[in-house]
Design a protein around this ligand. Structure first.
Ligand SMILES: *Cc1c(COP(=O)(O)O)cnc(C)c1O
Length: 434
């Protein structure tokens, strides 16, 4: 086997101490959001436990990201492992077309019991982006099934992020998102400012008034716009959106893919505003970071718009791995942990430490803002000249922190120890202090 692959780019040339699988496979892998010519080589990771990631060379990093916000119980939780092993032995997968199984039905009924109002029909998919696309299709077809053929657009928000597929990119923030890269390949939707103050509320209502006749739904990430830069907004904004959606007879979709399952301090962010969306999307922490799974949950009136003698009124969607039993078993185990372990108390304790520790960054040079909500801690800088090299500095300190745009943030597992958390916050402080 020729390991000295000639097509390895200089920037990705692994050092000689890396494992053979790394040297052999790296020239054949395409990494996410990476300029493959210049990006630092990825870390060879060999094991995870709790809030720690072990690298091939034996180094251990404390994880501040929880595997892109998914591993809320830490890695390798024994209860999730036991449930997965049990399901694996019996039935890892079966198609969901014309068949159902206990893990999915059990999970659907549990999710509906936890969600507010009459959110009572669950459509399972295998990624967040697809869950959002399904929500968009539900909202559009809700109109089509009633004979309204022009209401096919979404009203989404500046700073929003809803996924990377062609349909979801089109409802992300137009400046920070990928609109400018993909240009005319993207559908046109209405992008408004969040109604946070008098001026933005006026602008929001004028766009709504102008476009209501062509809108199927308003879509928003409640309380925190995550990938758009960890931007927070108060709960009353969501009450404004609920009232506006009712007034203009458009559906309200809450994308809780990031905020769902405790991240903002309550099990779902919408509970802090006391509102019920017409459709909600869930993913990220749904399986406790173990398996890919997502859900789109609709209220009764949305579902009922699809009940008809006309076969064309059915929701036409069905991913191959929909409701994968192994993933559903992991999600059920994750919900067990929310029931029997004190996750929301842990989130509150994390918030206290994040707030106390990160506040000390506020007066460092180049720091623009410090904010926390639930188990989210953000240090916003004026700018980050080179996020990649900043990440390398964190790695050198034994911290897995992934700065992007102009923010350094922490979204740890809810089970992180106080020592591990303080290691992360103090590393951020030390690194930003220079
Ligand atoms: C991550 C995310 C998505 C996309 O989920 P994928 O599983 O990456 O497709 C959509 N919406 C929000 C709010 C997210 O945070």
């Amino acid at each position: 086997m020729n390991t000295a692959s000639s097509n390895t780019s200089a920037a990705h040339a692994p050092s000689t101490s890396e494992p053979a699988w790394y040297e052999q496979g790296l020239p054949h892998i395409w990494l996410p959001y990476s300029q493959m010519k210049t990006a630092s080589p990825p870390l060879p990771c060999v094991a995870t436990q709790g809030s720690r990631i072990t690298l091939a060379d034996g180094r251990v990093l404390v994880d501040g990201v929880a595997a892109w916000w998914t591993a809320c119980h830490g890695y390798n939780h024994p209860h999730i492992h036991a449930s997965a092993a049990d399901q694996l032995a019996r039935m890892p997968h079966v198609m969901f077309g014309g068949m159902v199984h206990e893990p999915a039905l059990h999970l659907a009924s549990r999710l509906c019991a936890l969600l507010p109002g009459d959110l009572e029909r669950v459509f399972f998919t295998d990624s967040g982006s697809v869950a959002v696309e399904v929500a968009m299709k539900m909202a559009i077809q809700y109109r089509l099934n009633r004979g309204e053929h022009t209401r096919t657009k979404m009203l989404a928000f500046q700073g929003g992020y809803h996924g990377d597929t062609l349909a979801t990119m089109a409802i992300c923030d137009p400046e920070e998102g990928m609109h400018h890269l993909y240009g005319s390949a993207l559908a046109q939707h209405v992008i408004a400012p969040l109604p946070v103050d008098e001026a933005s509320t006026a602008r929001f209502y004028s766009l709504l008034e102008q476009h209501a006749h062509e809108l199927a739904a308003i879509i928003v990430e409640p309380l925190v716009q995550g990938a758009g830069g960890m931007l927070f907004h108060p709960a009353h904004v969501l009450q404004t959106l609920r009232a506006a959606a009712d007034r203009y007879d458009v559906l309200l979709i809450l994308d809780e893919i990031f905020t769902g399952f405790g991240r903002t301090g309550s099990l779902f962010a919408c509970q802090q505003a006391g509102i019920v969306p017409d459709i909600i999307t869930l993913s990220k922490a749904l399986t406790g970071g173990t398996m890919a799974l997502a859900a789109t949950v609709a209220r009764r009136h949305v579902f009922e718009a699809f009940l008809s003698d006309n076969p064309e009124h059915a929701l036409m969607h069905g991913p191959t791995f929909m409701a994968n039993p192994l993933a559903c078993a992991c999600a059920n185990a994750s919900l067990d942990l929310f029931e029997c372990e004190p996750r929301l108390e842990q989130v509150a304790a994390i918030n206290t430490i994040l707030t106390e520790e990160l506040e000390a960054c506020r007066h460092l040079p180049g720091v623009h803002d410090v904010r926390t909500l639930g188990a989210i801690g953000v240090v916003e800088l004026e700018r980050i000249a080179n996020p990649d090299s900043l990440r390398q500095t964190f790695i050198a300190h034994g911290a897995w922190v992934r700065p992007f745009r102009n923010i350094v943030y922490l979204t740890p597992a809810f089970t992180i120890s106080e020592d591990e958390l303080r290691h992360l916050t103090r590393t951020i402080r030390a690194v930003l202090a220079g």
